[in-house]
Ligand binder design. Structure first.
Ligand code: ZN
Length: 246
């Protein structure tokens, strides 16, 4: 039995079990109980085996993580944090953003606080899929709300191939309506992180993005001069004058 497990168990754990087996042999009347305990221990160690877990991770299915919130809630910052941690673990990472988001720099995703990560601008979900390298382990997608509906199918497909897919995006537009493919992505995701900003009017938890300039366009790409984070009470679902700060 021990030789059978020797290949999947670290030598230190094998030594512990061997000692236990020797002790068990000394006491015949408790042999059956000891044997079942030994079997339990072997199962536990095999389950906890790092090499086995690594194989499962490589051969098994991936998953989808979605990070949502209003503007100024720190979504891109959280996405960049997760991507950097994957990079530190030497995982192959690919990052995409829709071409519509022209702020800061074309080849990067950026948070309002100034953190950056390399990214490839793509126009459609199909273009994103075509650019995926099969050896990629982690796929990051920023501004997910601006993608077409096929991004939902794409995220599922990549997770089915074993990749970890992380999508960040606005869950609601400036009218408080669920934004583009985000509600669908939230439905299919294994893990959801909803983060919040602070209402600039009253200091409560902000769940809404308030547009502060007159415009009928759904998308007004820009930052603090056109939008504010507001709480449920202070949010007005149409253009409103910006809050004046002294
Ligand atoms: Zn408020």
């Amino acid at each position: 039995m021990l030789t059978e497990w020797a290949g999947v168990m670290p030598p230190s754990r094998l030594r512990i079990i061997t000692s236990f087996l020797t002790l068990s042999a000394l006491s015949d009347h408790r042999a059956d109980a000891n044997l079942s305990f030994l079997k339990f221990m072997i199962d536990e160690f095999a389950f906890d085996n790092t090499e086995e877990r690594r194989k499962n991770r490589q051969n098994g299915a991936g998953w989808i993580e979605v990070i949502v919130g209003s503007m100024f809630s720190g979504k891109s910052e959280e996405l960049i944090r997760r991507l950097n941690r994957a990079r530190i673990a030497r995982q192959k990472v690919q990052v995409f953003k829709p071409k519509i988001d022209a702020r800061y720099s074309v080849g990067e995703i950026a948070s309002h606080s100034g953190q950056k990560h390399d990214s490839k601008p793509v126009t459609t979900a199909a273009e994103l899929m075509a650019a995926i390298d099969e050896s990629t382990q982690v796929v990051g997608i920023d501004e997910g709300q601006f993608f077409d509906a096929d991004i939902v199918k794409a995220a599922n497909e990549l997770a089915n191939r074993g990749m970890r897919v992380i999508v960040a995006g606005l869950d609601q537009d400036y009218t408080g309506t669920p934004f583009g493919p985000m509600p669908h992505l939230l439905s299919i995701a294994e893990f959801i992180t909803k983060i919040h900003a602070i209402c600039v009017k009253c200091g409560q938890t902000a769940n809404y993005t308030q547009r502060t300039v007159e415009s009928d366009a759904l998308v007004e790409v820009g930052a603090s001069d056109k939008y504010e984070a507001r709480c449920r009470k202070c949010f007005v679902p149409h253009a409103d004058a910006p809050t004046l700060h002294e």
